[in-house]
Design a protein around this ligand. Structure first.
Ligand code: FAD
Length: 425
């Protein structure tokens, strides 16, 4: 396990004050027991508690400890896999329905921010930037695909137009989206937790589930308590480990790292990203960055399939950032942290039923800020008897990742392959 997943983040330093939720003690009953207090679990909790169900959420650490409190905060469109892989499995019409679900996931996020008055610095605008010249055709195809799906709030920017927006000559054009953006991920997560508890859900932090029973009388056990429920929802994503043997190998934890510089001041920050949009490159191993409201550069990337951490995380991340923005050579790095992304083989999220009483969703493959909330909602809908959208998404088939001693070397080799591909293509 890497240290950086516990390292204090910029988000924790700027978190909305929130209550501590007590650990589970003793045996209790609920309609639904949810394991994991990230976007997936808390989204399900909000829906179910508002519908009058007795909901208990168990979290091994604290709310937002996982990817939901530590991510890049980039609100993305569609699926990490792209549409073709989904269409290859489900057909064009159903793939189109999946895209509509992904679009709805952004709307759901915005609705919740409004409805629960979650203060989380939401901002629109997103640039997908080309790290290599001569690839504009790829961006045009991407735009055409989205146009055909009815998502038209996009523009192609050539190199000159992009250089007006970004203070770097590192990139060679971009696809700009108006319907994607960024926010403070932890404050959104804490806001969801507040909404869930106000609707009647009970959250228990420092309460790792150690046994999950998915029989007709399901239960979840912790070291000091037990929740007997009618339904169980597994929402642990990359942090699940071997808790549920059927799910081990379905997703792979990949570490991604982020740094935040010291505040740069308004002028210096605007000279880097003029309009404050989120930025991500089009490589397989993505660099992503954006400004914070207090004018820091928040720079992420360096995904690793092994859980071995870079020896000097902050300087290595800073070196990647300075390659793009040499003007940040002197900027101090105030925070450096990491978190686990859950990827699937085909980069399409994986969801389904372990039994008639147990649901799971995970594997958003680096693009779960909006999607995880939707998958959580769809599990809640399924518990309540409306499973059409959940069943559609759960029709996607997934290959397992290898287990045992070959796992890490094989995945490290895969990562080297993708780095080489990014460098050469
Ligand atoms: C560094 C980083 C950057 C990212 N950037 C982006 C981005 O910019 N845009 C984007 O769309 N996506 C991004 N992602 C991915 C996104 O954050 C995730 O897809 C999303 O947060 C998943 O939410 P979740 O609720 O499913 O999982 P998580 O937020 O990981 O929550 C799972 C929770 O389960 C808990 N848990 C695990 N085991 C147990 C147990 N036994 N008992 C109780 N609780 C347990 C964990 O402690 C954790 O809190 C990023 C991820 C990382 C790590």
């Amino acid at each position: 396990m890497t240290k950086s997943i516990f390292a204090p983040s910029y988000y924790q330093a700027t978190a909305t004050p929130s209550p501590a939720y007590p650990p589970l003690a003793g045996e209790i009953s609920a309609d639904v027991c949810i394991v994991g207090a990230g976007y997936t679990g808390l989204s399900a909790a909000v829906e179910l508690a508002e519908a009058g169900h007795r909901v208990v959420v168990l979290e091994s650490e604290t709310v937002g400890h996982g990817a939901s409190g530590r991510n890049g905060g980039q609100i993305c469109t569609g699926f990490s896999s792209g549409q073709d892989k989904i269409a290859a499995q489900l057909g064009r019409d159903d793939a189109r329905k999946c895209f509509a679900i992904a679009e709805d996931s952004k709307r759901l996020l915005v609705d919740r921010i409004d409805r629960y008055k979650i203060d989380c610095d939401l901002r629109w605008g997103y640039l997908h930037v080309l790290p290599k010249p001569g690839r504009m055709d790829g961006l045009r195809e991407w735009k055409d695909e989205w146009d055909a799906l009815g998502y038209t709030d996009t523009q192609i920017l050539d190199t000159a137009a992009l250089e007006e927006k970004l203070g770097t000559r590192h990139y060679h054009g971009a696809l700009r989206e108006g319907g994607a953006g960024h926010f403070h991920p932890l404050n959104y997560c804490l806001g969801l937790a507040r909404a869930a508890t106000e609707a009647g859900a009970a959250i228990h932090e420092h309460s790792p589930a150690i046994e999950v029973d998915t029989s007709s009388k399901p239960f979840v056990r912790t070291a000091h308590g037990k929740v007997n429920a009618r339904f169980v929802i597994i929402a642990c994503n990359a942090y699940l480990g071997r808790l549920v043997p059927q799910l081990y190998g379905k997703v792979l934890p990949v570490t991604s790292y982020i740094i935040a510089t010291e505040p740069l001041g308004e002028n210096r920050a605007r000279a880097l990203i003029r309009d404050g949009e989120a930025v991500a490159d089009t490589n397989f191993i993505v660099d992503y960055f954006r400004l914070t409201p207090d004018t820091r550069m928040l720079f992420g990337g360096k995904a690793s399939y092994t859980t071995r951490e870079p020896a000097h995380l902050a300087p290595e991340m800073k070196a990647s950032m300075v390659k793009i923005f040499p003007q940040l050579r002197d900027a101090k790095v105030d925070f450096a942290w990491g978190g686990y992304i859950a990827i699937t083989h085909n980069r399409i999220p994986d969801c389904g039923r372990l039994s008639p009483t147990a649901y799971y969703a995970h594997g958003y493959s680096g693009q779960g800020v909006a999607l995880a909330g939707m998958y959580g909602k769809l599990m809640a809908d399924a518990v309540r008897g409306t499973a059409e959208r959940f069943d559609l998404l759960s029709r996607v088939r997934h290959l397992p990742f290898p287990g045992g001693p070959v796992r890490v070397p094989l995945l490290a080799a895969a990562m080297m392959y993708y780095r080489l591909k990014d460098a050469l293509s």
